[in-house]
Design a protein around this ligand. Structure first.
Ligand code: GDP
Length: 470
């Protein structure tokens, strides 16, 4: 498991804060030692670890607890945010030339996966509709040229090769001319890797760079080499000037040091990561997702973010006024909805169209999560919820579900129909074997949820609760 050791090292930090009520200089001392040890074991460089631990400590002690959030949860959030920053914050996109072909020069030591990356990158860009060409520039290893030609065929991208009896800078010149003739969008040049950095290699790269005037100079580094990767990026940047790094072999049991250190140490972002031997295994480097993987605590994070949001919305009452509503709120986050679903739901809420179908979907999402007690355990102030209360809540979700199932499609879509007609409510009560009062409550609850969700979205006008007509 990638980052497995780091993740479990950090876990012991959170665990030491369980039962605490605030974050103080004293009670974070031990957890911070765990964090420090975990990062060092992950092969993050010492100065980076020092700065990181200092920043996190300052924040933990200096900022008050978010209302309703436990100290350990808040520390998870602080560490997460700092990890994201450490890795550069935002995803760092590839830059394309405004006119003429975009030229990407790949550099790196031997065996790091540079040739493979060339072909992977060509496929990656081809999928974005770019017309690509590869240039085989590793003239010291005939096998490398053959390898690139084979990989190029595999991904359906032409490879410019001119054998080994030619200077890399000349191949670069010829290849670029060829690319211009063919109106290629992106040219990717593979270069020779040595086992170690040496002057010959650097001089050659400088010359190739001068010839190509590349848009991107990317250093390919192996994640397995930990902080050494960060040092290499620094050296190459100082020597030849690079625009970023590509981190390979993140699928191996990399301890994380490289991913965490490169940006901080070298000032250059990791732009892409390789996560396997297949040609498809190359993707952008997302600092937030990477931090998420390191921590493995997505649900805590979304909870704290939620609490932060809640605090910033004045009219929002906290704690929540009913267990069910609270669970629905939580689910919307935890369920990691597909983007489209989340957007659709948001639109519905904004236009007050949130109906019983959506209600049902959320109810079922809660059920799918299985253990409601796990969710409740994460909710501050809910620690005293008894198993009996949880069973009660689960039962009431079932009751709601059976009432919604008894509704006609148009009633599900237009809850107003039910608010307006006692006859309809009576029919649903009969069909679902519940009381009319229960049906009325359910209808009222839906409108309450509309109002609350609208408020949550920051819409001030909100809606008003319709009175139930008889
Ligand atoms: P080069 O000497 O830098 O050109 O390295 P190659 O491209 O020949 O790759 C060296 C080895 O690493 C090959 O066996 C690749 O299949 C493997 N490799 C490259 N990238 C990755 C990766 O992201 N994950 C894994 N597991 N293997 C990789």
């Amino acid at each position: 498991e990638m980052f497995g050791q780091l993740t479990s090292g950090l876990e012991s930090a959170w665990n030491k804060l369980k039962g605490e009520e605030v974050l103080t200089k004293e009670n974070i001392a031990e957890p911070m030692r765990d964090i420090r040890r975990a990062l060092l074991e992950a092969d993050v460089s010492l100065p980076v670890v020092r700065r990181f631990v200092q920043t996190v400590s300052d924040q933990a002690v200096g900022t008050g607890l978010i209302r309703g959030v436990r100290p350990d949860q808040q520390l998870v959030k602080i560490v997460n945010d700092e990890l994201v920053k450490l890795m550069g914050g935002e995803v760092s996109e590839l830059v394309f030339a405004k006119s003429g072909p975009t030229v990407i020069l790949l550099a790196g030591l031997q065996g790091v996966g540079k040739t493979t990356v060339g072909a992977k990158l060509a496929l990656y860009l081809k999928k974005q509709g770019k017309n690509c060409m590869l240039i085989a520039g590793d003239v010291y290893r005939p096998a490398a040229i053959d390898q690139l030609v084979i990989l190029g065929e595999q991904v359906g991208v032409p490879v410019y090769a001119a054998g080994t009896e030619i200077k890399p800078a000349d191949i670069a010149r010829q290849g670029l001319e060829e690319a211009k003739k063919k109106n290629v969008d992106v040219v990717i040049m593979d270069t020779a890797g040595r086992l170690q950095i040496d002057k010959g290699m650097m001089d050659e790269l400088k010359e190739v760079k001068r010839v190509l005037n590349p848009t991107e100079v990317l250093l390919v580094v192996d994640a397995m080499t930990g902080q050494e990767a960060a040092a290499l990026v620094t050296t190459f940047n100082v020597e030849i000037g690079i625009t970023g790094a590509i981190l390979t072999k993140l699928d191996g049991d990399s301890r994380g040091g490289a991913a965490l250190s490169v940006k901080e140490v070298s000032g250059k972002p990791i732009k892409l990561v390789g996560r396997g031997e297949r040609m498809e295994d190359l993707e952008p480097f997302y600092p937030d997702r990477m931090a998420g993987r390191v921590l493995g605590m997505g649900d805590v994070l979304s909870f704290v973010e939620k609490a932060q949001e809640v605090v910033s919305i004045d009219q929002y009452e906290f704690p929540f006024f009913s267990l069910q509503n609270l669970l629905f709120d939580m689910t919307a986050r935890i369920e990691q909805m597909r983007q489209e679903d989340a957007e659709e739901l948001q639109k519905k809420i904004m236009s007050a169209k949130f109906d019983f179908n959506d209600f049902l979907k959320q109810t079922r999402a809660v059920a799918r999560m299985g253990s409601m007690s796990r969710v409740i355990g994460m909710i501050p102030g809910m620690g005293k919820v008894t198993p009996a209360q949880i069973r009660e809540a689960e039962k009431s979700l079932k009751v709601m579900e059976s009432m919604i199932e008894a509704m006609a499609p148009e009633e599900r879509e237009k809850p107003e129909l039910l608010a307006e007609s006692a006859t309809r409510r009576k029919r649903i009560a009969q069909e679902s074997g519940k009381t009319e009062q229960q049906v009325s409550q359910l209808v009222a609850q839906l409108f309450q949820m509309r109002v609350r969700m609208k408020n949550l979205m920051g819409v001030m006008e909100g809606g008003s609760l319709p009175a139930l007509n008889n």
